[in-house]
Ligand binder design. Sequence first.
Ligand code: ZN
Length: 283
Amino acid sequence: MDGGGGDGGRSRELERLRAERDELDARIRLLESELEAGSAAPVSPGAGVGDGGCVGGGGACQARPGLADADSLPADMIYRYSRHLLLPDFGVEGQKKLSRSSILVVGAGGLGSPVALYLAACGVGVLGIVDGDDVELNNLHRQIIHQEAYIGRSKVKSAADTCRAINSSIKVVEHHHTLKPSNALEVVRKYDIVVDATDNLPTRYMISDCCVLLNKPLISGAALGLEGQLTVYHHNGSPCYRCLFPNPPPVAACQRCSDSGVLGVGSGSDWLPASPRGYKGCK
Ligand SMILES: [Zn+2]
């Protein structure tokens, strides 16, 4: 087709102009959505950077009012999330909902790592992370939120620091403990959505029961070997974990990553279909 420099040059020029037009279209759509949501509020440098001590105190897990109460997104947020805002089904309203939402990720391991990273990057208002373990060398092939420098240190601290490094405008709350029957309701109560990334059967029942009692949607992931599973429970009338599996299987039937192995990239990719569902669950 390319009959010499002339045609080739014209093709390249055409390609360049088309790319330019697409970019202009994108900018036009962004400005339109911005106008629809009202004029952009001035950027307030202090509003936003916040992290939380854990637990106990009421209000530690409340959404950040600076962003949430604004009529529209601050200019820096519009730029940061511009690719979200361009999505017709998401837009400024979706981003604002996300910024008002709080999500609890239980487990900062192989399943929790990608979830927490994406939630931080996409701008969820409050991200809570629960884990009682420390980072170990053999975690790093799949628990991508942790770095070598954090080996021997708390997983929650490691995960929270990474999330804050990715997005300083969200609030990250550290829960340095295992979720147990004695503390689960107190922690879960503070969040809008719960992500069970523990891949631990008794904990899965406990978290599901908490979500039913407190009427929260639950997103649950599991990974073992080369396989993974993802389910959304107790959302818009869908069943809870106990509805689907009334009786726990015998302990001998339950394999664990530490015994049977798990593919590193598998524990991350299992979540990909969940992200849009998590967004949709935001109030
Ligand atoms: Zn149920």
